[in-house]
Design a binder for this molecule. Structure first.
Ligand SMILES: O=C(O)c1cc(=O)[nH]c(=O)n1[C@@H]1O[C@H](COP(=O)(O)O)[C@@H](O)[C@H]1O
Length: 273
């Protein structure tokens, strides 16, 4: 299969550079007039894909909000992943997995194996048990043509406490960039992406050699804007994939309003370009 990085670049060229987060918060289910149960969850999440599925390059369902409803919620997530595929969009499952290598192999099978009901085009991973612990996921992602987005500089204010810790030579965040560069080496669209928050005022990592996609959350509800991304990312800006959840989702349930919200973020980005 064509690798994730190339598939993403093609889809972004066709539909625009935006990842729409599907985060079915209880408050959003209320705001949409939906019940706090698997039926409400399903109307919400599948409603988003039905409204903007053919307009959006990639969706990021947030696993926690589906898991909160137990097996019925996970079944909804499976159907949402299928809907995304049918809309010929890409899926990035936000599960932020990270574990010792042997268990990581289990998570990798769950989210990246072709025959898994929860397989997504890409998956978010936490490298804070050591980048090397992610190796089973990296191997399976490479074989299956899927992508991985590894947390690097997160959008939350507490992130720097761990990510900017340094051994005197380089920070934890920079070591993650360096490891990602090692895996992506020699490829124009490497399979390892990074997650770097759009709420930051300074990157504090060197991205000059990075050849993967950079997922940028924190746009909208957390205060980040697409306007500031070119200055923040400099030469790495062409690799940036902004993602927004609540800012867009709060425009629903009306499908036209959801479509207008997506178009609004894309237009703001074009203006900033
Ligand atoms: O990996 C992520 O997607 C992520 C990393 C990060 O540093 N910050 C962050 O907000 N996210 C996710 O991005 C989404 C942000 O949602 P909104 O703030 O509603 O746009 C949530 O699903 C977060 O879990």
């Amino acid at each position: 299969m064509t690798g994730f990085g190339v598939r993403l670049a093609d889809k972004v060229a066709e539909r625009g550079n935006l990842c729409v987060g599907i985060d079915p918060h209880p408050q959003l289910l209320n705001a949409w007039g939906l019940t706090q149960d698997p039926a409400g969850l399903e109307s919400f999440a599948r409603g988003v894909v039905e409204a903007v599925g053919t307009q959006v390059a990639i969706f990021k369902p947030q696993s926690a909000f589906f898991e909160a409803f137990g097996s019925a919620g996970v079944a909804v997530l499976e159907r949402v992943l299928t809907d995304i595929r049918q809309a010929e969009s890409l899926s990035l499952l936000d599960a932020k997995r990270g574990d010792i290598g042997s268990t990581m192999a289990g998570y990798a099978r769950a989210y990246l194996a072709d025959d898994s009901p929860l397989a997504a085009d890409a998956l978010t991973l936490s490298p804070f048990l050591g980048f090397g612990s992610l190796q089973p996921a990296i191997e399976l992602a490479e074989r299956a043509g899927r992508g991985l987005y590894v947390l690097c500089r997160t959008s939350n204010p507490e992130g720097g406490q761990v990510q900017l810790a340094s051994d005197g030579q380089r920070s934890v965040a920079q070591s993650i960039v360096d490891e990602a560069n090692r895996v992506n080496a020699g490829r124009e669209h490497g399979p390892i992406g990074l997650v770097i928050g759009g709420t930051l005022t300074e990157l504090e990592v060197e991205l000059a050699d990075f050849t993967g996609s950079i997922l940028v959350p924190g746009i909208g509800a957390q205060g980040g804007t697409v306007d500031g991304l070119r200055d923040l990312f400099g030469a790495a800006y062409p690799r940036v994939l902004p993602t927004s959840s609540r800012e867009i989702l709060s425009a629903g349930p009306d499908p036209d309003s959801l479509r207008a919200a997506v178009a609004g973020v894309l237009t703001a980005q074009h203006r900033a370009d």
